[in-house]
Design a protein around this ligand. Sequence first.
Ligand SMILES: [Zn+2]
Length: 688
Amino acid sequence: MTYPFSAVVGMDDMRLALLLNAVSPAVGGVLVRGEKGTAKSTTVRALAAVLPPVAVVPGCRFACDPAAPDPACPDGPHEPTAGGPARSARLVELPVGASEDRVVGSLDLERALTEGVKAFEPGLLAAAHRGVLYVDEVNLLHDHLVDLLLDAAAMGTAYVEREGVSVRHAARFLLVGTMNPEEGELRPQLLDRFGLTVEVAAPRDPAQRAEVVRRRFASDADPAGFATTWATEETALADRIADARARLPHVVLSDAALQQVTAVCAAFDVDGLRADLVTARAAIAHAAWCGRDEVTEDDVRVAARLALPHRRRRNPFDAPGLDEDLLDSTLADSRPDDGPDDDGPDDDGPEDDDRGSDGPGDDGGTPPPPSGTPDGPAPEGRDGHDGPESAGEPTTSPRGEGGGSADAAPAPDRAAVAPSDPFRARRLEVPGIGAGASGRRSRARSERGRVVGSTRPAGTVTKLHLTGTVLAAAPHQRARGRTGPGLRIAREDLRQAVLEGREGNLVLFVVDASGSMGSRARMGAVKGAILSLLLDAYQRRDKVGLVTFRGAAAEVALPPTWSVEAAAARLAELPTGGRTPLAAGLIEAQQVLRRERIRDPQRRPLLVVVTDGRATGARGGAALTEARTAAALLAATGTAAVVVDCESGPVRLGLAATLGTALGAQTLRLDELAADSLAATVRGARAA
Ligand SMILES: [Zn+2]
């Protein structure tokens, strides 16, 4: 029993964004951003119940519309018929860890080879056709699945191909994603593909919070009774959606309203024309939702607030949201009646008023854009502007500071030293072959990658190894009575390809922030190096964590997270000075790793210890011995580690290298971390 949509308290923007998409799927989906515990998922799941029912061809697993069946339907062909039985619209959830087969469907290669039958098992995209596809934690979805999803959403079809056997079917759905930005941002390319975005937060008003709790209690105590209480509101909402859908094709977007749309998009400096299209569609949907036949300034305003925040050119570390004052002034300036005093490029003067575009009895006007037609492929990625991954090399520090070499830059006079500019870091790798989630760091047995051999399948064959299969079948041909051409292949001959790709890891930084780390300029260089490794971790889809130690103790500055932004922020504000409790730092790291091994056992950790190795503490020389003991304990757990030696100055003690030996780690100097340092590679190879 889902929670009734009309019983959701607050979340006005989110509910409106979902409803506008329900009215006009052409708006292009919703991305909901917000912290945990804000009932994002409850609200999304509640939507399906108020969507108009869907008529489907009986027995078709691809939800063909009886009036216009998909001519390419794998379950077809179907004869077109008027009407037909209707079922409620579906909400399909795509789990973040889903396999490719689960998403797009799977072709049964065994049956294709042994029986010559093209057997296709539909996936989630087929299930979501003409309904809602919901991805919780969409920011954690693997790149490869994201691409599949975007392709399907853009084309309105899903396409599966395995070893030359292929299937295509219709897949048009309302895409809804939810995410917690604390756990990592979404790739800019994906962000742009969502029609609307909304930010949600728990209500501040105590009375509203009380109402949330009251309704939640009532719903938990008696779900069916609660649903009955809200049945009238739910029916009214469903009727209003159905009415708005019927009205949608008749809503007029006048030239004046269109000019307001384009003026607002220009004012917010958005890329391409996608923003204008989405804003116009959302404005039309909002007019229909409000029972109007013509788009007003209010519709444009609402649409812009939902369609533009994620399309502004911005640094990934900028705050989200939209400057509403700018929105209001742009709307006012682009108003056709009182525009003479402005200097906007779209203002054609007051004579426009006589074109009949704002007359009350206007029945001609601009036809609305066709609904239901998906957009063509997105414009190219906005290279270089947004995510650190969109460019080959990271260019800016998150604080927007730095510039010039770190040692030359004057240090600002405050507790935390700003990092110097990041560089492209070399790949630090966990040795051996893991089995963790896909990424781009260490070698792993995976679902994707290059073929390294064949094996007998444990279950069904997902990736056929053709040579292995033929070789297995060959010795049996005479016994199976083969006389002519064509192999006789039996099920037991089939061989599964063994693939090797790369996995993402947990990169845990253990950073020495003590006074011995040298001058402020030196600390800036150290932070710049860590920032470079953080950006590298982002591109390789690692989780990151940060343990720091200075003064009396170590602390977990950031528990393992997907949010490189959060790590960069903690790093930038990291104060330095005091003694060097190196042993405490290593012990803390070991505890973080132990907890994380329980939470995410497949993910192999890589420890990056950034220090000059000069352990000091209240107990004098014992600190060094303690540090080596802690290092040996960590080494005994088999954790892969790298020590970044930060020692500088004319007299060098080489303590970091000693620590590296105790950890069983490779030791690199700060200047050996850059990917383009040839000397680094050579020395690194020797040290490994
Ligand atoms: Zn069908």
